[in-house]
Write a protein that binds this ligand. Structure first.
Ligand SMILES: *[C@@H]1O[C@H](CO)[C@@H](O)[C@H](O)[C@H]1NC(C)=O
Length: 349
C-alpha cells in the first residue's frame, strides 16, 4: 500500500463510521455507490499478501509498521460493522465475506445447538450461513430458526445413504460424518459465488463453541489459515507447530500427528478465490479415519509453507470442540412404552 492508499483506507473507516451512526447515505443512491467503490478500493490489497523481498532495514521496518496499522484498521472495521444494522451490511460491507458451512441432523439437542450457534453467528458481520440438513427434506424447525436470525443464509439438505449412516450402537468415529452435507454446501458455493468475490470458507459444526475472535482471525486469510482448537483429540488443545520464523512446520497433536493436516475441521479456513479455483476440492466417504481434513486441504495447498498461522502464531484458542452430552430421556422412553403422549406433543423443543 502506498501512503495515499493508507489515507484512503483511514478515510474509508471514517466514512463507515459516519454511515453506521447517522444513516447518512440512505437517501442518495449515487452517493452510496461512490462510498462502496472507495471502500472496496481501500481494502483490496494489491500485494496479494506477499512480503516484498530485498528491502533495506529501514524499508522493512516501515513495511512492518504499515502492516500493523492496516491490521489495526481492519480490526476496527470488523468492530464497527458488528454494530451496524445487518440489512445494510449485506449490501455495503467492506469486509471479505465469511461463508460458514454447518451440517446438522435431527436429534433431541438440535434446536438448542443451532440456537446457540446462530446467536454467535448473528454477531459476526458479513457472514453467510450455509446450513445443510442430513434429511430427505428440509425441516420446518431449521427453516423457522434460520428465518428468525435475520441474517443471510442458504438452507440445503442432503441425505446420507444407509450404508454410511452410523448404527445405533456404533462408535461415532467409525464412519465419516457430514461428508455429503459439506459437499452439498461446497457445490452450492461453486454454483452461486462470483469467482472474484473476497472471502473465506469455514466449517462451523453445530456443537462447537466459538469466540467472535475466530471470525476476525479467519476473514483475511489468503491461502489456508490455521489456528488452535481447544478440547479435541483427547487434549486440552491441538495446534499447529509454528517455528521462530512464524511458519507452520507441523502439528502439536498426540493422535496421528503425521497426517498431512493433523487439524480439526474447526481449525482452518480457505480463501474463497482459492477455493473457487480448485473445483475438485471436496470431502470423500472413502478416506481413512481422521484424514477428511487432509483430503480436502491437499487440493488447496501443497506444502505447509503456504499455510498461514493465525491467532498470534497459533498461541490463542478461539474455538472449542465442545461435545454435548446426550440428555438422558428415560422418562420419555417410559411414556412411549406405556403408550402415553410424549412431553413435547405439539411443542417444538
Ligand atoms: C509470529 O512470529 C513471527 C516470527 O517470530 C513474528 O515476526 C511475528 O510478529 C509473530 N506474529 C504475531 C501476530 O505474534
Amino acid at each position: 500500500m502506498t501512503k495515499n492508499k493508507k489515507v484512503v483506507f483511514a478515510g474509508a473507516t471514517l466514512l463507515l463510521m459516519v454511515w453506521c451512526t447517522k444513516g447518512y447515505w440512505t437517501s442518495d443512491g449515487n452517493g452510496r455507490e461512490r462510498v462502496r467503490d472507495r471502500l472496496s478500493m481501500a481494502y483490496n490489497d494489491d500485494r496479494g499478501g506477499a512480503i516484498p523481498v530485498n528491502l533495506s532495514p529501514e524499508a522493512q521496518a516501515a513495511f512492518e509498521q504499515r502492516e500493523r496499522i492496516i491490521n489495526a484498521l481492519k480490526l476496527e472495521i470488523s468492530q464497527l460493522e458488528r454494530g451496524c444494522p445487518k440489512k445494510k451490511l449485506e449490501k455495503y460491507s467492506l469486509l471479505p465475506k465469511i461463508y460458514a458451512i454447518t451440517p446438522t441432523y435431527k436429534r433431541p439437542v438440535q434446536k438448542a445447538e443451532l440456537t446457540r450457534l446462530s446467536h454467535t453467528l448473528m454477531l459476526v458481520p458479513n457472514l453467510h450461513w450455509v446450513i445443510v440438513e442430513d434429511a430427505e427434506k428440509k425441516s420446518e424447525l431449521v427453516a423457522n430458526l434460520l428465518a428468525r436470525t435475520g441474517m443471510p443464509y442458504t438452507h440445503l439438505h442432503a441425505v446420507t445413504p444407509a450404508t454410511w449412516k452410523i448404527k445405533p450402537k456404533e462408535a461415532w468415529y467409525n464412519k465419516p460424518r457430514g461428508v455429503l452435507q459439506r459437499n452439498a454446501a461446497l457445490a452450492w458455493l461453486r454454483a452461486n459465488v462470483k469467482p472474484d468475490e473476497e472471502g473465506v470458507v469455514y466449517f462451523a459444526d453445530d456443537d462447537n463453541a466459538y469466540s467472535l475472535e475466530v471470525f476476525d482471525e479467519m476473514r483475511y486469510v489468503k491461502t489456508v489459515g490455521v489456528w488452535p482448537v481447544g478440547l479435541v483429540g483427547g487434549l486440552m488443545v491441538e495446534r499447529p507447530k509454528v517455528n521462530a520464523e512464524g511458519k507452520v512446520v507441523g502439528w502439536l497433536t498426540v493422535w496421528s500427528p503425521n497426517r498431512p493436516f493433523a487439524i480439526d475441521m474447526a481449525g482452518f479456513a480457505v480463501n474463497l478465490k482459492l477455493f473457487m479455483s480448485k473445483p475438485e476440492g471436496k470431502f470423500k466417504n472413502e478416506v481413512q479415519k481422521g484424514y477428511q481434513e487432509s483430503e480436502f486441504l491437499r487440493h488447496f495447498v501443497t506444502s505447509l509453507d503456504e499455510v498461514e498461522p493465525r491467532a498470534d502464531n497459533c498461541t490463542k484458542v478461539n474455538v472449542w470442540h465442545t461435545r454435548t452430552e446426550n440428555p438422558p430421556l428415560r422418562e420419555e422412553i417410559r411414556l412411549k412404552k406405556e403408550a402415553k403422549p410424549p412431553s413435547d406433543l405439539g411443542i417444538e423443543v
